[in-house]
Design a protein around this ligand. Structure first.
Ligand code: BES
Ligand code: ZN
Length: 454
C-alpha cells in the first residue's frame, strides 16, 4: 500500500491533466445535440479502464447513451467490488454566470473548475486511477474489481435499469462502490446512508390558440401564466407543507434515535444561509434543516416558461405556459404513486377555460442503505486512515435512483463513499472539485481495496 500511495502522490499532476481531458468532453446527456460527445466520452472512459489494467473493457450500446464496463477478476477467493459512476453531466446554462468556460477546465484556488468536475467525472476517475496505481506498482489488485460507468444518470438511468435486469451474472458482486455524494463538511470523511427519491413532472397549460394583444383581450380571455402561477402557489401551504392529497401517507417517521443523532451534528443554519447569501433559511415548519433535507419530501418548481421574456415590454396575453416540477421523496413514498397523486390534484386545479397536460418525465425511489457489511467497515477504515478523522454517517437530499435497482437485482450492499462538497456547485454555474478531495479520494479508494481484501 505504501508504494501505491507514493505512486499516487507522485503522479497526481498527471491525473489532473487526465481529468482535464475528461472534462473537456461536453457529455450532456439530456441534449440531443451532444449525442456524439456521449460516444466520445464513453470511449474515453473505456480507454481509461483499459490503460488502468482492467483485462476486459467494453463500450455497450443501449437505446440511449452507452454504458462502459470493465473487469479484472484476478483475485480468486477475494471479494468482488462493482464500482458504479456516471460520465454524463448536466446542462451548463446560464452560461453567462460562469467565470470560465464549462468545458475548458481551469485550476484556481486549489480547485478544478468545469462542468462534471465533482459530479461525477472527478469522482469516477478516482477509482480508475487508484486501480491503475496498483497495476503500475504491485502488478495486481487485492480484490476483484468490476466497473459500470453510465451516461444517463442525470436523466434517470432509463437504460442501465434494463441492462441490470438482463445482466445479473455479469455484474455479480459482493458490494457496490459509489462515489457520487459529498463530505458532510470539508475534511470530514463521510459515508452516506440515505438518499431521497424523485418524481419529476412537466405541466403545460394552454389557453387561446395564439398569443393575443393583452389590451384587446386581457380581462376576457384567461391568461395561462396567471393560472399556472396560481396552481403552483397552491401546491404548498404557508407552513411549507405540500397540499397534494395523500402526499404524506407513506412517509416513514424517522426514529427518535436518528433525529437525536442529527442534532448531534451541530449543523449551522447561519453558515448555510451565509454561503448562499440568503437572509435566512426557509422550509417545512416543525423540522430542522437537516430533517428538511434528509427525511422530509419536498416540491420545487425547477423551471417556468411562458410569454414574452425578451428585453423591454411587450403587451401580450400568452397562449400557453409550462413548468417543470420535481418532488424529492423519502421512504416509503414511491415515484409512480406520487406522480399519480400530483397529476390528479393539478388537474383538479386547472380552470375550465384551459387545457392542461401533465407529463411524468422520470422518477426514482428513495433509499436507506444497510450499514452492516464488511465493505462499509472497510470503507470507514480507509477513510479514517486517509483523512485522519472518524467517519461520519450521514443522509443526503439528492438522488441516485439506480442504487435501489442495484440492491434489488444484485442483492449486494452499497457503499456511498463520496468526495464532493455541498458547495461544489453541482448542476449550477461554476462547478468545481477540491483538488485535496481528488487526492484524498484516490488514496481512500486505493486503501479501500486493501482493507476490503482483509
Ligand atoms: N451526484 C448527484 C446526486 C447527489 C446530489 C447526491 C446531491 C447527494 C447530494 C447525482 O448526479 C444527481 O444529480 N442525481 C439526480 C438524479 C435525477 C436526475 C434522477 C438528482 O438528484 O437530481
Ligand atoms: Zn448530478
Amino acid at each position: 500500500m505504501e508504494q501505491v500511495s507514493k505512486y499516487i502522490k507522485s503522479n497526481f499532476d498527471n491525473y489532473i491533466e487526465e481529468l482535464k481531458d475528461y472534462l473537456r468532453i461536453p457529455s450532456i446527456s439530456s441534449l440531443p445535440q451532444n449525442k456524439n460527445d456521449m460516444q466520445t466520452c464513453a470511449k474515453f472512459v473505456a480507454n481509461q479502464l483499459k490503460n488502468a489494467g482492467m483485462n476486459k473493457t467494453e463500450v455497450i450500446q443501449t437505446e440511449g447513451h452507452p454504458l462502459v464496463y470493465g473487469e479484472w477478476l484476478g483475485a480468486p477467493g477475494k471479494p468482488t467490488v462493482l464500482i458504479y459512476g456516471h460520465y454524463d453531466v448536466q446542462p451548463v446554462d446560464p452560461l453567462d454566470l460562469w467565470h470560465s468556460q464549462p468545458f475548458d477546465p481551469v485550476i484556481k484556488d486549489k480547485k478544478i473548475w468545469a462542468r462534471g468536475a465533482s459530479d461525477d467525472k472527478g469522482q469516477t476517475l478516482i477509482h480508475m486511477k487508484a486501480v491503475e496505481a496498483y497495476f503500475k506498482t504491485v502488478g495486481s489488485l487485492p480484490v476483484n474489481v468490476k466497473f459500470i460507468i453510465e451516461g444517463e444518470e442525470e436523466v434517470g438511468s432509463p437504460n442501465l435499469g434494463i441492462f441490470l435486469k438482463n445482466n445479473k451474472e455479469k455484474l455479480k458482486c459482493d458490494s457496490i462502490m459509489v462515489s457520487d455524494t459529498s463530505l458532510q463538511e470539508p475534511g470530514i470523511p463521510t459515508i452516506t446512508y440515505g438518499l431521497r427519491g424523485l418524481a419529476y413532472m412537466e405541466l403545460e397549460l394552454i389557453g387561446p390558440d395564439r398569443d393575443l394583444h393583452s389590451g384587446a383581450f386581457g380581462g376576457a380571455i384567461g391568461n395561462p401564466i396567471n393560472e399556472l402561477a396560481k396552481i403552483i402557489a397552491k401546491l404548498q401551504d404557508k407552513n411549507g407543507k405540500i397540499t397534494i392529497p395523500g402526499f404524506y401517507d407513506d412517509v416513514k417517521k424517522a426514529t427518535k434515535k436518528e433525529r437525536e443523532n442529527f442534532k448531534s451534528l451541530n449543523f449551522s443554519d447561519k453558515k448555510l444561509a451565509k454561503e448562499f447569501k440568503v437572509k435566512e433559511l426557509q422550509g417545512e415548519k416543525g423540522f430542522t434543516t437537516i430533517e428538511r433535507l434528509w427525511i422530509r419530501p419536498t416540491l420545487d418548481c425547477n423551471g417556468i416558461v411562458g410569454g414574452y421574456t425578451g428585453e423591454g415590454a411587450k403587451t401580450v396575453l400568452p397562449s400557453k405556459a409550462s413548468a417543470k416540477i420535481s418532488m424529492r421523496l423519502v421512504p416509503d413514498q414511491t415515484p409512480k404513486k406520487i406522480a399519480k397523486l400530483f397529476t390528479k390534484y393539478v388537474q383538479s386545479l386547472a380552470p375550465k377555460s384551459m387545457k392542461m397536460t401533465v407529463k411524468d418525465l422520470h422518477g426514482g425511489y428513495p433509499i436507506v442503505v444497510d450499514l452492516n457489511d464488511r465493505s462499509i467497515d472497510a470503507a470507514a477504515r480507509a477513510l479514517k486512515a486517509v483523512y485522519g478523522k472518524e467517519v461520519l454517517f450521514a443522509r443526503e437530499g439528492g438522488s441516485i435512483p439506480i442504487i435501489v435497482e442495484f440492491v434489488k437485482q444484485l442483492k449486494a450492499p452499497t457503499v456511498l463513499m463520496g468526495f464532493g462538497l455541498e458547495t461544489d456547485n453541482i448542476h449550477s454555474p461554476n462547478e468545481h472539485f477540491l483538488l485535496e478531495n481528488f487526492e484524498k479520494g484516490l488514496l481512500s479508494s486505493a486503501k479501500f481495496f486493501e482493507e476490503y481484501a482483509k
